[in-house]
Design a protein around this ligand. Structure first.
Ligand SMILES: C[S@@+](CC[C@H](N)C(=O)[O-])C[C@H]1O[C@@H](n2cnc3c(N)ncnc32)[C@H](O)[C@@H]1O
Length: 931
């Protein structure tokens, strides 16, 4: 980060402080006052009933909280915070932004980002670009799945000149932030100035980290106190990490001890110390097979039996049988130099002595609930049933003592920061930390996203883990100084956050994705130390053990998005970051977004190789990271729609409003991009979704819609524009060479039609010309999708010129511009007719209507076959037929048909197709089946 935050750190103000409209003599008084209110509130049983209220005693919750800015429970001050610092929604104030996408992995090496680990994080630097694009200083940003609160950090740093210019923007003297690469004509992006943030997460471990980035601290005092804790820790448990050097007299300090599981040989039943026999220390890998040191029989890890031994567990006062582990070697330091040795008698007896000590009071002894993370990652053979069993006795001692030292600190702000510091040792100090012979260090060598208990464990000393972190944190907080009162953080289910309607200016969010990560399972390892644990009933994930299905996930996401929709100001934007996940999860997210009222305006993926963004147009097929831009339609549209719903006027009002939100021109390297959302079929899909989600019949067929588009809007390069947009497009279009077509993958009937359209719209072609190209494209045809002949596709969707009468316009303009000899000929000229014969072309909107009717009839006939079929599951079918059938049945309120056929098609197909999912979901809701 260098000197990015090179502001002189100032201690927190000692004088009067203003908070939520009241002035307090100092910050201590502010804290006391709000803690008093929170203490009272905690006694209210109704307050504790709020969904997602963490599991913890009043005292433990109060100890973590710093109200009104942070509460380790639902934050009762959020609404007040927005009232005081936000701006009320004013429909007369113009606001207009285009959807925006930027690299969400930018800034992953920034020290601030790296200061604290969490499962999947979006760097604050990446979020800053979004906040600058969508907001102005003083706006309020919201992230309800905030994790470590990077959105809050980003919001604050939009007021930091050095940080903003590090993004490549130029800042004028008046605070205008502009693109810096265009000299005089630099496009204005925003203005320099911090934004306020509302942050929320279900997990107290997450919000605790977020609060430490949001609340200012006296950096010098913090640095001093970290050293004091480390020194005190050394005084209290330094003896546990001493070992004798090879000279027999110098005492060395242990950096880490490598422990190994012990197995028994399948051949001779004697003991095999795994690390000694199986681990190749040069490559760091496990040998495929290795000989038994006793009988030389070759074996591999799977062929061995893990050995157990019994211990008296003093925390639970029971004998337990745990894997036999032995120390294999120690890495230690003497006067700055590092050495290795095998443990000697003294080392072993030291370990025995430590094992006999009672554990320090802070070490959590809670039993681990049943959870998915206990069923995977070698947790079963490891037999960890209680929290403290994640730690070998010496680590439990040292982390326990360190935690106690931090906890007892008198200054509440420093105390939080010290716990934040010690907390970072927990994962590495646990048995999850692997020994990685090739690793630069043995710190943070656990597998992320899982409790994986390795057979080779590096048990690190607290100094080895924390010394480096201490220096980095001291530096970081010396430079990064959050401002008091710019974030308010709550811990609860997002759907239950209490906030005023239409109060938020922008939402950036990175939600959980299906079954990617079991947050609450994993967070218990840290939360149990705080004694405040996630209440995970509404954790929005797919969870096998808690029996949360994809449908449950979608329902929870819908509830969360509904909250987002409610609190966002009309006409404002939300960015959803989507991590690589299953297509079905992507469909669920789209359905949830649209169901609550959002309109999706742009979906992009970062092409890592090219470093540029590509639009994503197909519903499924998205096994990559996406940036989704969605907006809440402005109040005007919703109000007008109430009056015009179900009429042509309602349709065109929606389209007009939607077009206003879309980018007008996108170019890169002298090429313009087709803006997917401006194409007729995507506009149609959005319009249908807008109606369906509001329970309104769609009054136009696709062909009628397409014909209406042509009449009302200007068409350029296959895209539609409003009158004032088209002038801008035309002007910019002249500055580029060509328009880049979107890449289409043919996987089914619908994409095949789009592909054919792309081929023949500019160049009408014959069957013979198209056929070889078509065959090349259909390699990825879905196996459930009924194969269709090219002839069938052409006949049902396009027109062929039979050589009689006038050559159709579409063919005429192609021939006359591409063949010199065919220029300026009348349309019924013999040679023109001969050249045009048998070419397929895209019908004009009027003829398209007739074709569509015919096609729909045949699709519905097929659908009827599916409905009446006695097959329990249809193996091969036409997705387009199912879509057409669902649409018709839904319009006729025949929900039973939708549900019956939905249950006949494979679940993954239903879940991965956003359109089918929409009809099905609607049918379930309207028939009352999803209660
Ligand atoms: C992908 S993470 C967010 C990470 C974050 N962007 C960061 O930079 O640290 C998703 C978060 O959603 C939280 N979560 C899951 N279900 C939730 C719910 N119903 N309400 C609020 N938060 C929830 C999880 O605890 C997790 O921290």
């Amino acid at each position: 980060m260098g000197d990015l935050f090179n502001l002189e750190p100032k201690p927190a103000p000692a004088g009067p402080v203003e908070c939520l409209g009241t002035t307090f003599p100092n910050d201590e008084e502010r804290r006391k006052h709000f803690l008093g209110i929170l203490r009272e509130k905690l006694k209210d049983p109704e307050f504790r009933k709020i969904e997602g209220f963490p599991i913890g005693s009043d005292e433990d919750i109060l100890a973590l909280s710093d109200p009104p800015y942070y509460t380790a429970c639902p934050n009762p001050f959020i609404a007040d915070f927005i009232k005081h610092y936000g701006k009320p929604y004013d429909p007369s104030k113009p606001y207009s932004r285009e959807p925006f996408a930027a690299d969400v992995s930018e800034g992953k090496t920034d020290p601030l980002y790296m200061a604290h680990a969490y499962h999947t994080k979006v760097p604050h630097k990446a979020i800053m670009r979004y906040i600058l694009h969508y907001t102005e200083p003083g706006d309020v940003v919201f992230d309800g799945f905030c994790g470590t609160g990077m959105a809050g950090v980003a919001a604050q740093l939009c007021g930091n000149k050095i940080e903003v210019s590090s993004l490549g923007y130029q800042i004028d003297d008046d605070g205008t932030v502009a693109e810096s690469n265009r000299g005089q004509n630099a496009r204005t992006i925003s203005h320099l100035g911090p934004r306020r943030a509302i942050l929320n997460d279900l997990s107290p471990a997450a919000t605790f980290i977020a609060s430490n980035y949001a609340v200012p601290v006296d950096a010098k005092a913090f640095a001093l106190e970290m050293s004091r804790v480390m020194k005190e820790l050394a005084d209290q448990c330094g003896w546990m990490y001493e070992t004798l050097h090879s000279d027999g007299k110098t005492v060395g300090r242990i950096n880490y001890t490598v422990w190994s599981d012990v197995f028994s040989c399948a051949n001779c039943a004697k003991e095999i110390v795994f690390v000694k026999e199986a681990l190749d220390r040069k490559t760091g890998s496990i040998r495929d097979s290795f000989p038994c040191p006793h009988c030389s029989a070759e074996s591999n890890k799977d062929g061995l039996t893990l050995l157990y031994e019994t211990h008296l567990d003093r925390v639970i006062n029971q004998t337990v049988s745990l894997p036999k582990r032995v120390p294999v070697f120690l890495n230690y330091s003497v006067r700055g130099a590092r050495y290795e040795k095998h443990p000697d008698e003294k080392d072993l007896s030291l370990l025995e002595r430590i094992a006999s000590l009672p554990l320090p009071e802070p070490v959590p002894g809670i039993s681990l609930p049943d959870m998915q993370m206990r069923r995977v990652g070698r947790m079963q053979p490891a037999r960890i049933q209680y929290l403290h069993q994640f730690f070998l006795p010496r680590s439990a001692q040292s982390v326990g003592i360190a935690w106690g030292l931090a906890q007892r600190h008198a200054n509440p702000v420093i105390r939080q920061r010290l716990l934040f510091f010690i907390e970072q040792a927990i994962w590495t100090a646990s048995l999850l930390n692997r020994f990685r012979p090739t690793g630069y260090s043995q710190v943070n060598q656990y597998l992320t996203g899982v409790f994986y208990v390795p057979s080779q464990h590096a048990e690190c000393s607290p100094w080895y883990i924390l010394d480096g972190k201490m220096k980095r944190l001291a530096k970081l907080f010396g430079q990064y100084r959050p401002r008091a009162g710019f974030s308010a953080i709550s811990t609860q289910d997002l759907a239950s956050v209490c906030m005023l309607e239409n109060s938020i200016d922008y939402i950036f969010t990175d939600p959980p994705f299906g079954e990617n990560i079991y947050y609450s399972d994993l967070n218990i390892l840290v939360e149990s130390w705080h004694r405040v644990i996630t209440a995970n009933r509404t954790e929005a994930i797919v969870d096998r053990v808690k029996e949360k299905t994809l449908l449950d996930y979608q329902r929870m996401m819908t509830d969360c998005f509904r909250k987002y929709y409610r609190v966002l100001k009309p006409g404002r934007w939300m960015t959803v970051e989507f991590h690589n996940s299953k297509n079905s999860v992507w469909s669920s997210i789209q359905e949830a977004l649209q169901r609550v009222g959002f309109v999706i305006a742009d979906v992009r993926t970062l092409d890592k190789k090219q470093g540029s963004f590509q639009q994503v147009t197909s519903g499924g097929a998205v096994k990559q990271d996406l940036v989704i831009s969605a907006y809440k339609p402005n109040g005007g549209l919703e109000d007008r729609f109430k009056l015009t719903a179900g009429t042509d006027d309602g349709v065109w009002d929606f389209v007009r409003t939607h077009l206003k939100q879309l980018p007008v021109f996108v170019s890169k390297d002298s090429q313009a991009e087709v803006i997917a959302e401006r194409q007729n079929f995507l506009l149609f899909d959005r319009m249908v979704a807008f109606h369906v989600q509001r329970g309104v019949t769609v009054p136009l067929s696709a062909a009628e819609f397409y014909a209406g588009l042509v009449q009302r809007f200007s068409e350029r390069d296959g895209m539609y524009f409003l009158a004032d947009q088209v002038a801008e497009y035309d002007k910019k279009r002249m500055t580029v060479r060509e328009v880049l077509q979107l890449q289409l993958f043919v996987t089914d009937e619908s994409s095949a039609i789009q592909w054919l359209k792309q081929q023949i719209i500019k160049k009408p072609q014959t069957f013979q010309e198209l056929h070889p190209q078509f065959l090349k494209e259909i390699g990825g045809w879905q196996k459930y999708e009924k194969p269709l002949e090219l002839s069938e596709l052409l006949e049902q969707n396009f027109l062929r010129y039979d050589g009689k009468g006038e050559v159709p316009n579409q063919i005429h303009s192609y021939l006359s511009t591409n063949f010199k000899e065919l220029r300026n000929l009348p349309k019924d000229d013999e040679s023109l007719r001969a050249k045009g014969k048998d070419r397929w072309y895209v019908p004009d909107p009027n003829k398209a209507g007739d074709l569509e009717k015919l096609r729909e009839r045949s699709l519905l006939k097929e659908f009827e076959d599916y409905r009446t079929s006695t097959q329990k599951r249809l193996k091969v079918f036409r997705l387009e037929a199912v879509r057409a059938g669902f649409k018709k049945a839904w319009q006729e309120r025949d929900y039973a048909t939708v549900i019956t056929v939905a249950r006949k098609i494979p679940e993954n197909v239903l879940q991965e197709d956003p359109k089918l999912l929409m009809w099905y979901d609607q049918a379930l809701t309207r028939s009352g089946e999803d209660a």
